[in-house]
Design a binder for this molecule. Structure first.
Ligand code: MSP
Length: 509
């Protein structure tokens, strides 16, 4: 198996500014990408913006802007958010990129050549907000099942022979039990498939803002078909580039993986695999659907006006004298730890404060502070003894297993439990008493061992909260080349002088 790992986020609609939901999907992908890199994989992490379609066109018109000008403005906000949150994406794709448009058209042509596209009349319900077609039996009180407004549309349209893929998809899912996760979401996909697939309308004539259908300028490609091909265009699929070979053709466990929200699973777990089967292109290895956040118990929506803006959350923390880089780590930590990936969860400020204070400030932060202060005061700022604590290699193995299942919260539990245990040992050994009793050798050994375990904790936290991890590793005078999993098993060296320290995880007041 190759050591190449391809992870993607959905590409975000540019009809509005980014919020916590967008930050969340990308955060999970970022942690996965970072973990894999530290684990010696060759990673390609993709994110970007989805810029075509009626929804975006409408938003541009509402603001008296040309669609392109409007997209440029909003796309940059998503890019800024990604950089601000410290995402380690290797590429930021825009569906208005020339190369992407070329790929979408090329993909269309492949489907056409293989005989899966025909022209007919589309008549049915369409929800602009979801950019999705709905069957009559899905409409509830005149609305889409998602609550979106629907309009009745009748227009000439090209169709994709989706109905031919009902059985192949069911067979594929049966043969590849890990293809769709988590299980509850997989079951939804299976029952949707079993209820029958109709051919899919894949072009529109009622507006212009999209990629033109090859050889028919009157039609634009359905925005979801356009958008899904981004996963290939970013790898220069058209040129059969090495990147495409490495990251799409050569797979490793779970790669390629698409991380998506539960609302867009149908597009990724049914349409996309069907398109790929039709085009005779290998399918991704995994589609993982995560849950949705509510805000203090309420559905997050623009109309309610309760959207959580990640930039504002960091400002809020800064107003409590938390430095920006630490504040970003706090937000990352809370988002990924608060809810099991795949479940829905609630964003509540009080819970945010409690979690950070108890798990980071009082636990890891406090331990670091107490141990390193004692080393400064009692050991000439040096690691006086060669650490002889347990190797604790198993913990990395446990975390690897959890990350492999995208159980980010459980992976963090491993680290927090380990820190609790080290804290307890530290209190039990009570090096301050050893000092009082004149047992200096023993005190030095306890402090050296504890510092070594702090090093391990900081390395394990790297994929989640890099700023803080590197800060702590810096206290321990560990150079950047050694801040990785390869050095996890090597212990702190006797004689190393530690650096000045500061509070790594200040309490949120
Ligand atoms: N453009 C499409 C995706 C195309 S991928 C080929 C799209 N964009 S989106 O901007 O509407 O949503 C992107 C992601 O944000 C989705 O995964 C969605 O689930 C996620 N979230 C939006 N609101 C959310 C919450 N309140 N909570 C968690 N995630 C949410 O769909």
């Amino acid at each position: 198996m190759s050591k190449n790992f391809y992870v993607t986020t959905p590409i975000y609609y540019v009809n509005d500014k980014p919020h916590i939901g967008h930050a969340y999907t990308s955060l999970a992908a970022d942690i996965l990408a970072r973990f894999k890199r530290l684990d010696n994989f060759n990673v390609f992490f993709l994110t970007g913006t989805d810029e075509h379609g009626q929804k975006v066109e409408k938003s541009a018109i509402n603001q008296n802007k040309s669609p392109q000008e409007f997209c440029d403005e909003i796309s940059v906000k998503f890019k800024n958010l990604a950089n601000f949150m410290g995402y380690s994406h290797d590429h930021f794709i825009r569906t208005t990129d020339k190369n992407h448009k070329k790929t979408a058209q090329k993909f269309w042509q492949i489907l056409e050549e293989k005989g899966y596209i025909y022209k007919d009349i589309y008549e049915g319900w369409y929800a602009i907000r979801d950019e999705a077609f709905y069957n009559e039996d899905e409409i509830i009180d005149g609305k889409a099942p998602t609550g979106a407004e629907v309009v009745w549309e009748k227009q000439e349209s090209y169709f994709f022979k989706l109905s031919e893929f009902e059985k192949p998809l069911l067979d594929y899912i049966a043969k590849n039990p890990d293809f769709i996760a988590p299980q509850s979401k997989k079951n939804e996909v299976i029952s949707f498939l079993k209820s029958g697939l109709k051919d899919l309308s894949i072009s529109r004539t009622s507006f212009n803002w999209g990629v033109k259908v090859p050889n028919n300028e009157n039609h634009v490609i359905y925005v979801w078909l356009d958008a899904l091909t981004n996963y290939l265009s970013a790898l220069n699929f058209c040129d059969n580039d090495q990147k495409y070979q490495d990251f799409w053709q050569k797979t490793s466990q779970n790669s390629p993986i698409h991380i998506v929200g539960k609302d867009i699973l149908r597009f990724h777990a049914i349409y996309w695999p069907a398109f790929l089967m039709a085009a005779e292109i290998p399918l991704p290895k995994k589609i993982y659907a995560h849950g949705w956040w509510t805000n203090e118990g309420q559905k997050i929506s623009k109309s309610i006006g309760n959207i959580i803006d990640p930039f504002e959350e960091v400002e809020w923390l800064k107003s409590k004298e938390i430095k920006e880089k630490t504040a970003i780590d706090y937000l990352r930590y809370f988002l990924i730890k608060e809810i099991p990936f795949g479940s829905d969860g609630n964003y509540a400020k009080e819970q945010f404060i409690n979690r950070i204070n108890s798990e980071l400030a009082n636990n890891i932060g406090n331990l670091t502070q107490r141990c390193l202060t004692m080393i400064h005061k009692n050991c000439d700022s040096k690691i006086k003894k060669e650490p002889n604590c347990n190797e604790n290699i198993q913990i990395l193995e446990n975390i690897r297993e959890k990350i492999g299942k995208l159980e980010f919260d459980k992976a963090l539990d491993e680290i927090i439990n380990f820190a609790n245990q080290i804290n307890k040992e530290f209190n039990d050994y009570a090096p301050w008493n050893l000092k009082k009793d004149g047992k200096i050798d023993k005190m030095e050994q306890v402090l050296s061992n504890t510092a070594e375990n702090i090093r391990k904790i900081a390395i394990l936290l790297l994929p989640f909260i890099e700023n803080s991890s590197r800060m702590i590793l810096g206290f321990l005078n560990i150079n950047k080349e050694q801040q990785n999993f390869n050095n996890f098993g090597k212990k702190l060296e006797k004689g190393v002088e530690i650096n000045e320290i500061e509070v790594a995880f200040p309490r949120i007041k």
